[in-house]
Design a protein around this ligand. Structure first.
Ligand SMILES: Cc1cc2nc3c(=O)[nH]c(=O)nc-3n(C[C@H](O)[C@H](O)[C@H](O)COP(=O)(O)OP(=O)(O)OC[C@H]3O[C@@H](n4cnc5c(N)ncnc54)[C@H](O)[C@@H]3O)c2cc1C
Length: 412
């Protein structure tokens, strides 16, 4: 869109199955910016919000606001990922990006570049005219291709989880509105159910040690966990699996560095926090959007100005670090059970107050702030974060302790 010449190395190899992601409303903003929302609607499932079901006690339903506010869409989508990736490619090609069907060979760089295409790749890519690109972008996801060539380490998150998932039909899901994503706290770990057109993406996230007794293969483990977990067993009684079972592991990873002379890493190639609140695709697309605004917003000439490029990238990665930190802090409330205690307490306050206006207003205000935090709209808001922290500390009484709602690695 800015007229930067762009070449994509893509060998068209994809994993057999992708989660089938549940998106945040902030992704819809980016879809609009790219001019793809109308086409995406054709294959996505609308998502009105998300529900969190504890093992015992009250469920929490988050619905996006009734009206669009400050330009932020009040809905999101659940996307079948292969179609979404194809649409992104189609749009990029319309805008002039050129795709070559192979992977790029990379090596440590010279002449002011930290990393560069190897000679074989330069020779095999006539579109480059024998010249090194001015900027290389790593968007290879968890493969973290550039970091591996450059030996850049990463910080791992504290969880030892593994995720198994597949697509099903005949698996019911206790939604309040069609398309609502349902997250369930299990006896061990947690599960997601994401409605997609004609199918349901079902995944379980459990501690690796807790997964082993369920069988030797990913299939055995996923099916056994569904059959044994009280909150999945009945809903899944009539299920039929439509796909193989996929495994994701060691995904909580943030690189120690995301840019250098002549390169940047975006999306999971830079880092991923955790799937609990579905921030992944938003963060991947946001990282590209930040590169566009903070770096190319200065004009295409920035590609020839190493200092401006470095300063722009520092801003991008400063913001991304803050986003990752904010998501990590917020997700912790869902893992350690504080969010459920707080909601239980708020609901009791509303019921016992007999509709006393101040209590109702307080509860509504807190709900609105939390929806803003989890939807990506206000995730970094200091006010929202502080309100949540203080409320979880001081407004919880007469309900189960957070530990009783916590996502557990082992048995209770
Ligand atoms: C268990 C789990 C559940 C999740 N659920 C959700 C969810 O509900 N919602 C959500 O938004 N996010 C979710 N995510 C996160 C989301 O999947 C990722 O954050 C997102 O896909 C990152 O996008 P990406 O483009 O950076 O990487 P990817 O989507 O991984 O894309 C990278 C691409 O690069 C290709 N590639 C790799 N190496 C090379 C190479 N050398 N040359 C060329 N191509 C290469 C790969 O084949 C792949 O197609 C989940 C993650 C996990 C672990």
């Amino acid at each position: 869109m800015r007229g930067v010449r762009c070449l994509v190395f893509d060998d068209d190899e994809r994993p057999g199955l992708l989660v089938g992601e549940s998106l945040l409303p902030t992704v819809v903003t980016l879809m609009r910016k790219l001019g793809i929302e109308e086409r995406a609607k054709g294959f996505c499932h609308p998502k009105p919000g998300v529900a969190f079901l504890p093992r015992e006690g009250r469920r929490i339903d988050f619905f996006f606001p009734e009206k669009e506010r400050e330009g932020l869409p009040n809905y999101a989508y659940n996307v079948p990922r292969p179609e979404f990736d194809r649409l992104l490619r189609e749009r990029a090609e319309e805008l002039g990006a050129v795709f070559v069907r192979r992977r790029a060979g990379l090596e440590r760089g010279d002449g002011g570049r930290e990393i560069q295409l190897d000679a074989a790749t330069l020779d095999a890519t006539p579109e480059l005219g024998g010249l090194h690109p001015k900027l290389l972008v790593d968007s290879t996801g968890r493969a973290r291709t550039f970091s591996k060539v450059l030996g850049i380490s990463a910080k791992r998150g504290g969880r030892n989880d593994v995720a198994y998932f597949a697509h099903y039909e005949g698996f019911s899901v206790p939604t309040e509105r069609p398309g609502q994503v349902v997250i369930t706290t299990l006896e061990r770990g947690w599960s997601w159910r994401i409605p997609l057109p004609g199918r349901l993406s079902v995944g379980v996230v459990v501690d690796k040690d807790a997964a082993r007794p369920h069988g030797a293969t990913a299939e055995e483990r996923l099916e056994s966990i569904i059959d044994r977990e009280p909150l999945l067993r009945e809903d899944g009684a009539g299920r039929r699996r439509l796909t193989d079972v996929m495994t994701y592991t060691n995904y909580q990873l943030i690189s120690d560095r995301g840019h250098g002379a002549g390169w940047v890493a975006l999306g999971d190639a830079f880092g991923f926090v955790d799937p609990m609140l579905s921030p992944g695709l938003f963060m991947a697309m946001l990282s590209a959007d930040l590169l566009d605004r903070r770096v190319f917003g200065r004009g295409v000439g920035v590609l020839d100005d190493a200092v401006a490029m470095r300063r722009g990238c520092e801003k991008v990665f400063g913001e991304l670090d803050d986003w990752h930190r904010s998501w990590s802090e917020l997700i912790e409330y869902f893992y350690d059970g504080r969010i459920h205690s707080l909601y239980e307490s708020g609901a009791q306050l509303r019921e016992k107050s007999g509709g006393f206006p101040l209590a109702v207003m307080m509860e509504r205000h807190l709900s609105k702030q939390i929806t803003g935090l989890v939807s990506g709209a206000k995730t970094r808001s200091s006010y929202g974060k502080r309100l949540l922290k203080l409320s979880a500390r001081h407004l919880v009484w007469g309900v189960r302790a957070p530990e009783e709602y916590a996502v557990l690695a082992g048995a209770r």
